[in-house]
Write a protein that binds this ligand. Structure first.
Ligand code: KIV
Ligand code: ZN
Length: 541
């Protein structure tokens, strides 16, 4: 039984769910190494909690959570959290996966809206009122830190919600999270919901109120800020706002709103309006880098006009604005590009830089590579040095993200060659090493060079799919810039993304395609992961 009051934080707790809810975005599947790379960066960013995954989903998800728990969940690192439906087998899997974390948290949830109870869970309110505390207590038998969520709280009967939260806290939940699962509420309704919880849940002082919300109507961030004003102290968010359907509340937008408008929010946390103390623990200068990493590794592109991290967010295109900005920055800028780390793209290395300089710059950028990865990345760096005079931090990040992504490779593109021109028929020849080690060569004619390459690869790999998205972006300005290609393809209704970087965009296109095909092939080999919210047939209580 929970009798102690939970100390109230003096600032807002940032709970990042990029690796769990974010990874539930169609096509955003990450492999274990990619998840670890992102988790390390989230720790550098300063998030308080990393929701590392849903361990019961599959052996791969379990492994990712346990490796993050072991390598990122150090005593001075963030809390590592695992998601579990309110079932014995999910909670046990989460507890096992989190064993190595210094500060483990189990996050268990069960639906609370009548619509979910009737059509998804097929349970009564009474049954849910019995299951929730039983499962919170079970989670508590493994870890001290237990979070409970009534799924679809936003559409639940508030009176029932109060009762459910009361029994969950009574059973030991130290955080109660209020999800607007379908992104339905407006800011004033969300604020009122949090206020109602504070006023009507008798033991609410023993738990921290958290919020979780989706962006179906574009109101998730505004809803959270209203929730903060009414007593929420933990925000569940994702980098670039990725997540189910229209995504989750975006971490960078929440953090920068609290940062830039600190004097407005300070009084709601009981501070003087002019207090300079940060409202979150986030190192805002790591925001841009984290955004690029998540976009590259998940294949979820950031729209140019996206707040804070979009390519246009700090670009003053129009003449009037430029004139104003030159006269005084504050005429049209409410924050500095530097504050999110956007201007940290230094020219660091050149063609003659050695392995040690390369390794130490990567360390400074936060990449921990194995010897093998370092060797591969160094070779790529030398190749790039022959083509590009000045190599910047962003070029290094592009190379390293590319290398991390290519492991583990199942099909490997050994060679690609294309001939094309205004009077030639675009023709590609590829050599692909298959997972069983054979080297197969094939060729195809296409409508353009990329189409020819994709057709030639398809003849070898032979997994039916449809290309649904293709995009090229340059990493830096200049004719010698690295091009980053991101693609999405579809196979039997599921989406897979691929990403690659190269100064030759046809080569980058070929590797991006192989990358997506490898993700698809891996799923075909191991089977798909369970979805925590949609898959109920696998539940054994
Ligand atoms: O959106 C949601 O309700 C969730 C829960 C599992 C917290 O993601
Ligand atoms: Zn969610």
């Amino acid at each position: 039984m929970n009798t102690q009051s939970t100390p109230k934080p003096e600032r807002i707790i940032i709970f990042d769910t990029t690796l769990r809810d974010g990874e539930q975005s169609p096509g955003a599947t990450l492999n274990v190494d990619e998840k670890l790379t992102i988790a390390r960066q989230l720790a550098r960013l300063g998030v308080d909690v990393i929701e590392a995954g849903f361990p019961y989903a599959s052996p791969g998800d379990f492994e990712a959570v346990s490796r993050i728990a072991e390598q990122v969940g150090t005593p001075d690192g963030p809390i590592i959290c695992g998601l579990a439906r309110a079932t014995l087998q999910d909670i046990k899997a989460a507890a096992d996966a989190l064993r190595a974390a210094a500060k483990p948290r189990i996050h268990t949830f069960i639906a609370s809206s009548d619509i979910h109870l009737q059509y998804k869970l097929k349970k009564t309110r009474q049954e849910v009122l019995a299951i929730a505390p039983e499962m919170v207590a079970y989670a508590k038998s493994f870890v001290e830190d237990v979070e409970f969520s009534p799924e679809d709280a936003g559409r639940s009967d508030p009176e029932f919600l109060y009762e459910l939260l009361t029994v969950a806290i009574e059973a030991g939940a130290t955080t109660v999270n209020i999800p607007d699962t379908v992104g339905y509420l407006t800011p004033s309704e969300f604020g009122a919901l949090i206020k109602g919880i504070k006023e009507n849940v008798p033991n609410i002082d023993k738990a921290i109120i958290s919020v979780h919300g989706h962006n179906d109507l574009g109101m998730a961030v505004a809803n959270f800020l209203e929730a903060v004003k009414n007593g929420a102290r933990q925000l569940e968010c994702t980098i670039n706002g990725i997540g189910e359907r229209a995504g989750n509340a975006a971490l960078e937008e929440l953090v920068m709103a609290l940062h830039v408008r600190r004097s407005y929010f300070n009084p709601f946390l009981g501070r003087p309006a002019d207090s300079e103390d940060p409202l979150t623990n986030i190192d805002t200068r790591q925001i841009y880098k984290t955004s690029r990493m998540v976009s590259n590794l998940t294949g979820m592109l950031v729209q140019p006009n996206k707040a804070i991290v979009g390519a246009n967010a700090f670009a003053h295109e129009s003449g009037i604005h430029q004139d104003g900005v030159l006269k005084h920055k504050l005429t049209y800028e409410i924050m500095d590009a530097q504050s999110i780390g956007l201007t940290d793209n230094q020219i660091v290395l050149g063609k003659h830089s050695g392995r040690n300089a390369f390794r130490s710059r990567l360390r400074e950028l936060g990449f921990e590579l194995t010897e093998q990865e370092l060797n591969k990345a160094f070779l790529r760096f030398k190749e790039l040095g022959d083509k590009k005079k000045e190599i910047t931090d962003w070029d290094l990040e592009a190379i390293v993200n590319d290398e991390i992504q290519q492991t583990p490779e199942l099909f490997h593109l050994e060679h690609v060659q294309v001939s094309c021109g205004d009077h030639a028929r675009p023709t590609a020849t590829v050599i692909v090493r298959t997972p069983d080690g054979q080297e197969l060569m094939d060729a195809a004619i296409g409508t353009g060079p990329v189409d020819a390459v994709y057709k030639a690869i398809n003849r070898v790999v032979n997994i039916p799919n449809q290309l649904i998205e293709f995009s090229v972006q340059s990493v830096t300005a200049g004719i010698d810039a690295i091009g980053e290609v991101t693609i999405r393809l579809q196979h039997e209704g599921r989406i897979f993304s691929g990403h690659a970087a190269n100064t030759d965009i046809v080569v980058a296109s070929a590797h991006a395609y192989m990358n997506a095909l490898n993700r698809l092939y891996a799923v075909l080999q191991v089977g798909k992961s369970l979805h925590p919210q949609h898959d109920t047939e696998a539940v054994v209580r």
